[in-house]
Design a protein around this ligand. Structure first.
Ligand SMILES: Cc1ncc(COP(=O)(O)O)c(C=O)c1O
Length: 369
């Protein structure tokens, strides 16, 4: 089976992890790798502070907690996203409000945002889906007008730029994932980046059970969201390779697009003129003109040894959100449509020409059959 993604751990990562272990950096409380990873990754994003945590999910959870919302406050967010984005709201007592997607980039439709703002709306979480940036200049202007806290969900967009500025550098906070299939990985891991000194301090407290002085007397109810030192060491080794990884992902997208551009009935990923996507995954939509449904195509690809994955089930359809008190789900017809027509193809940056030919031939064959 050609997997949708295959992580590649090099000699550099292995050496860095072993060296961190030999230095005794096994927890998330001391050592040099953690601070170095935070500083270097924040600098890569063009932001002052980085607070490393155990996953993208806990990064979002900590960021929403640091935003200091009251129970029942609402957070606008992309309808088409990983459930982690919405759970960060729910587990902090806030209410997620899904914003439908737009048809070209599949990111949240900024034309809909103002119509969804109500008296309890306090924050917005734009998700840079599949590595294509949201137009963050528009988001920040909207947020300023309505005094919203902006938390970017950059789990899929490390290094992507919006008018030359990296995602993660616009919002009051931005959350990254370093899960195994992400642009760079620490296996499991995440980071919140921010330019705000007070938010950075609060995030550090929240990550570490609210430990202050005297030890064991806790002013705030924190969490254990710590990343280990050896994971941070792996992150540093990965960060050295990030530009090469992104270039390989962009090249993979170019090759796919060249090979699929003439296939009727496929919507291929767009890149806005002001954007530089990192194509976290090469995602496509299967339209009626293809002659086969998305599910029939996925089955045909699976028979040919090609793994695929569907787009996200949108937040407006999530059973686990329906019972959240105050949950009001405006219709999200575009996100609903993405859920039934979208899928992503094998997207490892090191996918070989032969593997890509297998994917493309199987896809063309499925249309013809
Ligand atoms: C958009 C988005 N947000 C949040 C997450 C959660 O990250 P993690 O898996 O590291 O908890 C993911 C990915 O897994 C994601 O794709």
């Amino acid at each position: 089976m050609i997997p949708v993604f295959e992580p590649r751990v090099g000699e550099e990562e292995i050496a860095a992890v072993v060296a961190a272990l030999q230095r005794g950096e096994i927890s998330g409380s001391f050592g040099t790798a953690l601070g170095a990873f935070e500083q270097e990754f924040a600098a890569y994003c063009g932001v002052k502070h980085g607070v490393a945590v155990s996953s993208g999910t806990t990064a979002l959870h900590a960021a929403v907690a640091a935003a200091g919302l009251a129970p029942g406050d609402e957070i606008l967010m992309s309808a088409s996203t990983n459930i982690a984005t919405a759970l960060a709201a729910v587990h902090n007592g806030a209410v997620p409000v899904p914003v439908d997607s737009e048809r070209s980039t599949w990111n949240l439709d900024l034309d809909l945002v103002e119509g969804l703002i109500g008296p309890r709306t306090r924050a917005i979480i734009p998700v840079h889906l599949f590595g294509h940036p949201v137009d963050m200049e528009r988001v920040m202007a909207l947020a300023e007008r309505h005094r919203l806290v902006v938390i970017e969900d950059c789990a899929e967009s490390h290094g992507a730029t919006c008018r030359g500025r990296r995602t993660g550098s616009f919002g009051h906070m931005a959350c990254f994932s370093f899960y195994a299939n992400k642009v760079i990985t620490t296996g499991e891991g995440g980071m919140v980046v921010t330019n705000d000194d007070a938010l950075a301090d609060r995030l550090r407290l929240l990550r570490n059970l609210g430990f202050t002085k005297p030890r064991f007397r806790h002013e705030i109810a924190g969490f254990n969201f710590r990343l280990t030192g050896y994971q941070a060491a792996m992150g540093l080794a990965q960060l050295r390779k990030i530009d090469t990884i992104i270039e390989a992902k962009r090249e993979l997208a170019r090759r796919y697009t060249a090979a699929l551009a003439d296939v009727p009935g496929l919507q291929l990923p767009a890149e806005q003129p002001w954007a530089r996507s990192v194509y976290w995954m090469y995602a496509i939509r299967v339209l009626p003109a293809f002659g086969r449904t998305r599910d029939a195509l996925a089955e045909a690809l699976a028979r040919a040894g090609v793994e695929t994955r569907t787009f996200f089930c949108p937040m407006n359809q999530q059973p686990c959100l329906q019972s959240v008190p105050g949950f009001r789900s405006a219709p999200c017809p575009v996100a609903d449509d993405l859920w039934t027509t979208g899928l992503y193809l094998p997207s490892s940056p090191h996918l070989s020409d032969a593997q890509m030919a297998t994917v493309v031939d199987a896809l063309r064959g499925a249309r013809a059959s």
